[in-house]
Design a protein around this ligand. Structure first.
Ligand code: ZN
Length: 358
């Protein structure tokens, strides 16, 4: 019978075959067609005996495959604790990162392997490392964890290890806000005890106000939409959807807020302002906000949230993204000009220059 390859022996957890193959001159860090070494193959399948034989024979615990997993990173991320401990004793690079530019601590915090989290923290992995999705281990545990006992313990370990409880994600949402959004009371208490700032951001405050405006509108027989238009943290206008009262099909909350704010300012320019809408803005309001200079839009209820209630405008967005000829509405360019009269736009330009000069 012929000897298996080093990779096959690793997959079968056959330490004796590994020893024979290495003695016969097999290259310990040779790669298969995914770029994986035999040690990474053993790690993938959590083959402890094979991993031990390979590591003790000098296998590279940091050798990455094509998707940037190394034995150390994979064992850490998956909670393969025995292999992880061996890699830590044999030169694991604690600063190495995976394809998301994250340390092993980030994915394993999501997966809920408490002892692995403890082991990585004790080994000295940076608890505040931020990956390219702008998440820390703490955020990952809170956002993607199940909120149960294991994730509570992981949050506890991270906080005790000095994780920054106020380090927000890419959208500025803090761990505490995520915990509150998910209703994770225990984790919320841990974060507050560790000094998480409890003040609400403008986003929270104004979106909460927009939702309450929408709720009050329901009581008046209107649709569940409200909007707050603010600049530099100051509310310029609030509005609700008034179609029920006016029969104006454009009487959307965001449009009404723009109308009220520009009237109040005596200017059509709302540059630098932000709109907080209870629901995903429709394309009409989105375009109006752009045209008026609104620079930031936040909304609380998504189109997905609204779809079961017939309150999604996703289909219109989709239609509008197509070329005119492919849209459901007939849109034609018919270049009519009125005979014997000045060109419309030229007339406007000349009228403006006359109005400007005395
Ligand atoms: Zn709208």
């Amino acid at each position: 019978m012929s000897e298996p390859s080093l990779h096959a022996a690793a997959a079968k957890d056959d330490a004796a075959a590994i020893a024979r193959l290495l003695a016969a001159g097999a290259e310990i860090d040779s790669r298969d067609d995914t770029g994986a070494t035999a040690l990474l193959v053993a790690t993938h399948a959590n083959r402890v005996a094979a991993a031990k034989a390979l590591i003790e024979a000098g296998g590279d615990v940091n050798a990455k495959d094509r998707i940037e997993d190394s034995p150390y990173l994979y064992a850490g991320a998956r909670g393969h604790l025995e292999i992880l401990k061996m890699t830590l004793r044999h030169g694991a690079d604690l600063k190495s990162t995976n394809r998301y530019r994250g340390t092993a601590l980030i994915p394993v915090s999501e997966r809920g392997h408490v002892e692995t989290v403890r082991t990585l923290i004790e080994a000295g992995v940076d608890v505040d490392h931020v990956n390219n999705l702008h998440w820390t281990a703490l955020l990952e545990a809170i956002i993607l964890g199940d909120g149960g006992e294991r994730h509570q313990r992981i949050v506890d370990l991270l906080v005790k290890a000095g994780a920054d409880v106020n380090l927000a994600d890419g959208d500025g949402v803090t761990p505490l806000q995520h915990a509150r959004n998910r209703g994770l009371r225990q984790i919320e208490a841990t974060l507050v005890a560790a000094g998480a700032k409890t003040t609400m951001t403008d986003d929270d405050r104004f979106l909460g106000e927009a939702i309450e405006l929408a709720r009050a509108n329901i009581a008046r027989g209107g649709r569940p939409f409200g909007a707050v238009l603010a600049r530099d943290g100051e509310v310029l206008a609030t509005a609700v959807n008034e179609i029920h009262a006016t029969n104006d099909p454009t009487s959307h909350a965001e449009l009404n807020a723009i109308r009220a704010a520009s009237r109040k300012l005596g200017s059509p320019d709302l540059k630098g302002s932000a709109v907080y809408a209870s629901g995903h803005p429709c394309p009409m309001c989105m375009a109006a906000m752009r045209l008026s200079g609104v620079e930031k839009v936040s909304y609380a209820y998504s189109n997905d949230d609204g779809a079961p209630f017939g309150l999604s405008t996703a289909a219109i967005y989709e239609d509008l993204a197509r070329p005119f000829a492919e849209q459901s509405m007939t849109i034609r360019h018919v270049p009519v000009r009125t005979q014997g009269k000045a060109d419309l736009y030229a007339e406007w330009t000349s009228a403006r220059s006359k109005q400007a000069s005395p």
